[in-house]
Design a protein. Structure first.
Length: 341
């Protein structure tokens, strides 16, 4: 494998996914990450860009994170993919600053779990990107897309419009009202969110790729909102929020249909609902999210999740213990919030 450091972050703009793009690297650099661009011949002679995000956690201790990379040919076997990832990790260990304690990968490929990663990869204490999602094929007509949805989902989307729900597409100028909705959703569902400047900056910088904020309203009441990204062949539903008001009007269903229509018009071929629980488990705290997203039809896919390559094993073990403790505390806090709702 040959991998070289690139001077310009824009080299990553040819990446297949937004999480590997120069746009995403530049955005994350605004919030404490160092964005590094590499180019490597991962298989064969063709070179591909690679975005590596690095963050200092304390003096002498940093992590490197590779979201949905590297990009490999679809015909590469699962065993072959992990072999490439190990070779890449070994190469990056030599290229990254010496305070890099470990490299966290979120491999982009779809998996059936038939082949596990080789030593010394370790399953991360927490996934950064949700491994499981639903992909809607936008190459079909909207009629075909709607026909593949559960009947109740088609009914709910049409009901919202019939009852007078209006959908407005806007941008960063409406971030304050969306953020109030997002805070309401976080309190209700026991989830964590970023500060408002994170979402404001994302929308302000989101011109290429294009980011759009959609708001659903009824007679002056704000009911729901979503943020969607359009980039090349991919459209991604990034964030969503809803009010407790007038839930019977089914505004979130109409929002998703509108975003899919706009994605088709923008030339996107796939709409990613961006994250579901791993399976249909009624006891899962996000079981409602699974039902909502899978009801739109589409294809459920699974990725391997987050895996760590230790560069400095002792420091990595200390971080892993602390991360597991934080995860346990967050879960305890969420469970308490849900019990008191």
């Amino acid at each position: 494998m040959v991998i070289n450091k690139e001077a310009e972050l824009s080299a990553c703009d040819e990446a297949a996914t937004f999480l590997q793009s120069g746009f995403w690297g530049g955005f994350k650099a605004r919030f404490g990450w160092e964005a590094l661009a590499f180019r490597g011949a991962f298989t064969g002679s063709e070179t591909k860009p690679l975005l590596v995000l690095r963050r200092k956690l304390m003096t002498g201790f940093a992590l490197a994170y590779i979201p949905w990379g590297p990009e490999l040919p679809v015909e590469t076997s699962e065993e072959g993919r992990w072999a490439v990832l190990k070779e890449l990790a070994m190469a990056l260990k030599e290229l990254l600053p010496k305070d890099t304690a470990f490299i966290r990968f979120d491999p982009p490929w779809h998996t059936a779990g038939a082949y596990g990663p080789p030593h010394p990869f370790i399953r991360s204490s927490a996934d950064i990107q949700a491994p499981d999602t639903v992909l809607i094929d936008l190459s079909q007509s909207m009629e075909s897309i709607m026909a593949q949805m559960k009947p109740k989902w088609r009914y709910n989307a049409r009901l919202a419009l019939k009852k007078g729900v209006t959908i407005r597409r806007c941008g960063a100028e409406e971030i304050d009202v969306f953020y109030e909705l997002l805070k309401e959703t976080a309190r209700r569902d026991g989830i964590s969110i970023h500060g408002i400047e994170y979402y404001r900056t994302l929308l302000e910088e989101g011109h290429s790729p294009l980011l759009a904020l959609y708001l659903a309203e009824h007679e002056g009441d704000l009911l729901a909102g979503i943020v969607t990204l359009f980039r090349g062949r991919e459209a991604v539903y990034l964030y969503g929020a809803s009010s407790d008001k007038k839930r019977s009007l089914m505004a979130p269903y109409a929002l998703q249909i509108k975003a899919m229509e706009d994605a088709k018009e923008a030339g996107c071929e796939e709409y990613d609902l961006f994250g579901i629980p791993p399976n249909e488990d009624p006891s899962h705290p996000m079981a409602g999210l699974y039902r909502f997203k899978t009801g739109f039809g589409g294809r459920i896919i699974h990725r391997p999740g987050s895996w760590d390559y230790p560069c400095r094993p002792l420091l990595y073990r200390l971080f892993r213990s602390a991360e597991a403790l934080r995860k346990k505390r967050r879960k305890k806090r969420r469970d308490k919030q849900r019990r008191t709702r």
